[in-house]
Design a protein around this ligand. Structure first.
Ligand SMILES: Nc1ncnc2c1ncn2[C@@H]1O[C@H](COP(=O)(O)OP(=O)(O)OP(=O)(O)O)[C@@H](O)[C@H]1O
Length: 471
C-alpha cells in the first residue's frame, strides 16, 4: 500500500474540472464531518487531480498529518471521489514539501475505519526534523476501540481525560491482563487530544523506553535535556509501569517528572498489568501517587464485545464476517483481544487461500490447532484442581457437600471459571461438582461475576487463575 517515489507533476489540461471533482468531495465532507475536524484535517489539503481523473493526490503538510488522514479519512475520501466521479479513482497521499515523497495508495472503503496494519507503529518517529515526536500510532483511536462492559469505565475515564486534560482523574491508572486494549486506549487519549489541539505536547512511551532514556541521560550527563523533554509535556502516556520494578534511579526520575507534570496541570496516563498496590518492588511513594487519581481496570472482553470486535476488525479488512461465525470464534477464543485478532487473521488467510466463503466450518478448519489446544488444556477437572491448589483446599472438596466459606467460595469460583472457560452447560457443570443442581451453578456464576466487578482483589485472583489455566 505504501511506496516512496518522486512526485510527478500533473498536466495542466483538465485542471479546473479536476479541482471541481475535489471541490465536490470537500463540500460533501464539510457536511458529513464535525466542523472542527473538517477545519483541522480536510480544509488545508491541496489536491492534484490527474487529467483523466483516474488519480487524486492530496498534499499534506507533515508526516503526522499524513498518517492521521490516511488512518481516519482516506477510506471515506476515496469512496466519495469514486461515487462523485462514477468510476474508479486512486487516492494518493503525499508530503507537500519534501524531495522524496512518501506516497500512499488508498482503497476506497465503505466505512472510514482505520486498519492498524495500514499505519506505521510510531508515525511521529518519522516526523520532520524539529517536530515533536509523539510516538503515537494514529490508528489506535477511540473510534477503532470497541466498547463493552469490560472496558466501559476505563474508556469513559480516558475520553474524559482526552477532552479535558489536567482536570479530573490525574493520574489515570489503567490496569488489566495482556492484550486487553490498555495500549490502544492510551494512544486513543493522545490521538484525540492532538486532533482537538494539534499543538499539544503529547508523548507515548513504553516504561522500558523511559528506563533506557534515564540510562542514556545518566551516561551522557544530559539530565537537563531529559528533564526539559519530559517536564514540558502536556500529556504523558506511559505504558506498563510494572517495568520500573527494582530500577531505583528510573523510579526517582519518574517521581520527579510526575511531580513536575502534576504541578503544572499536565496529565499523566499510566498502564500496568496490576493495580498500584499489587506492583512489586516499586517505592511506596510512587505507588501511592499512582493511586492518587483514578485507578480503573480493563477486564477480559465479554462474549458480545468479542463478537463486535471480530465483526469490526473483519470489516476494517473489507470482509464481512457472518454473525454466527463471529459467535463461534468468540465462544472459543476468550482470553484477550490480541488472540482474537490472531484467530481472525488465520480465518481471513484461510478463506483467501482456499477461495472459500467464511463459514463456521471454515473457521473450525482454520482454527483447528488453536481449538484442539484449548480443548486439551481447559477441562472442568483441570479448573477444579487449579482452584483447589490456589486456595489450598482438597480437590475432593469441589464435589463434597461441605459448606464452610473457606470451601464454598473456592467451589463457586471454580464453577464460575468452568462456565467462563469451557463449553459445558450449567447442568453438566453441576454434575461435575458432585451432582449439584444447575441453579446452584447459576447462582455461583452470577455471584462471582458480580463481585468481580466490585472487588479488585478477587478480580486479580481470577486473572491469575485464568492465566494459569490457559497456560
Ligand atoms: N476493545 C477493543 N476494540 C478493538 N480492538 C481492541 C480492543 N481491545 C484491544 N484491541 C486490540 O487488541 C490488540 C491488543 O491490544 P493492546 O496492545 O492495547 O493490549 P494491552 O492491554 O496493551 O496488552 P499488553 O499488556 O500485552 O501490552 C491491539 O491490536 C488492539 O488494537
Amino acid at each position: 500500500m505504501t511506496e516512496e517515489s518522486h512526485r510527478s507533476p500533473m498536466g495542466p489540461a483538465g485542471a479546473d474540472a479536476g479541482q471541481g471533482l475535489w471541490q465536490a468531495c470537500v463540500e460533501q465532507l464539510a457536511q458529513d464531518l464535525p466542523e472542527q475536524q473538517f477545519n483541522t484535517w480536510i480544509k488545508p489539503l491541496v489536491a492534484q487531480v490527474a487529467e483523466d481523473f483516474s488519480k487524486v493526490t492530496l498534499l499534506v503538510g507533515n508526516r503526522f498529518k499524513l498518517d492521521w488522514i490516511r488512518a481516519q479519512y482516506a477510506g471515506r475520501i476515496a469512496a466519495l471521489l469514486e461515487s462523485i466521479y462514477g468510476q474508479s479513482v486512486t487516492l494518493e497521499l503525499a508530503l507537500a514539501q519534501r524531495e522524496a515523497v512518501a506516497r500512499t495508495y488508498i482503497r476506497p472503503a465503505t466505512t472510514p475505519t482505520a486498519t492498524p496494519s495500514d499505519a506505521p507503529n510510531h508515525s511521529s518517529d518519522e516526523a520532520p526534523a524539529g517536530a515533536f515526536r509523539t510516538r503515537l500510532n494514529p490508528a489506535l483511536t477511540f473510534e477503532t476501540l470497541v466498547e463493552g462492559t469490560a472496558n466501559r469505565m476505563a474508556r469513559s475515564a480516558a475520553m474524559h481525560v482526552a477532552g479535558m486534560p489536567g482536570h479530573l482523574y490525574n493520574p489515570l491508572f489503567i490496569y488489566g491482563g495482556v492484550g486487553l486494549g490498555k495500549t490502544h486506549l492510551v494512544h486513543a487519549v493522545g490521538n484525540k487530544l492532538l486532533a482537538d489541539r494539534p499543538d499539544a505536547k503529547v508523548l507515548y512511551i513504553h516504561a522500558e523506553q523511559f528506563v533506557s532514556d534515564v540510562v542514556k541521560a545518566y551516561q551522557r550527563r544530559t539530565f537537563d535535556e531529559f528533564k526539559e523533554r519530559y517536564h514540558s509535556l502536556d500529556l504523558l502516556l506511559i505504558d506498563d509501569v510494572q517495568f520500573f520494578a527494582n530500577k531505583d534511579r528510573t523510579q526517582e526520575e519518574f517521581f520527579n517528572a510526575f511531580e513536575a507534570l502534576l504541578a503544572k496541570k499536565s496529565h499523566i496516563v499510566m498502564t500496568s498489568d496490576t493495580y498500584p498496590k499489587g506492583l512489586a518492588n516499586i517505592h511506596e511513594r510512587l505507588v501511592s501517587r499512582f493511586d492518587s487519581g483514578l485507578t480503573v481496570a480493563i477486564e477480559p472482553p465479554e462474549l458480545e464485545m468479542r463478537v463486535a470486535i471480530l465483526i469490526n476488525k473483519a470489516r476494517a479488512e473489507s470482509t464481512e464476517m457472518p454473525e454466527e461465525v463471529a459467535f463461534f470464534v468468540a465462544k472459543n477464543v476468550r482470553s484477550n483481544v490480541r488472540e482474537l485478532e490472531g484467530a481472525l487473521r488465520k480465518i481471513l488467510a484461510y478463506s483467501r487461500f482456499n477461495q472459500k466463503e467464511i463459514s463456521i466450518q471454515l473457521a473450525r478448519e482454520a482454527l483447528r490447532d488453536l481449538l484442539s489446544i484449548q480443548n486439551r488444556q481447559i477441562s472442568v477437572e483441570n479448573i477444579q484442581k487449579t482452584v483447589a491448589d490456589y486456595y489450598k483446599i482438597k480437590v475432593a472438596d469441589m464435589y463434597s457437600k461441605k459448606r464452610p466459606a473457606s470451601i464454598a467460595r473456592p467451589r463457586q469460583i471454580a464453577m464460575y471459571l468452568a462456565k467462563e472457560l469451557t463449553q459445558k452447560s450449567l447442568p453438566e457443570i453441576g454434575e461435575l461438582f458432585g451432582g449439584r443442581d444447575h441453579t446452584t451453578v447459576l447462582h455461583a456464576v452470577r455471584k462471582i461475576s458480580g463481585e468481580r466487578q466490585q472487588l479488585t482483589e478477587l478480580n486479580q485472583q481470577l486473572h491469575v487463575l485464568e492465566q494459569t489455566l490457559k497456560g
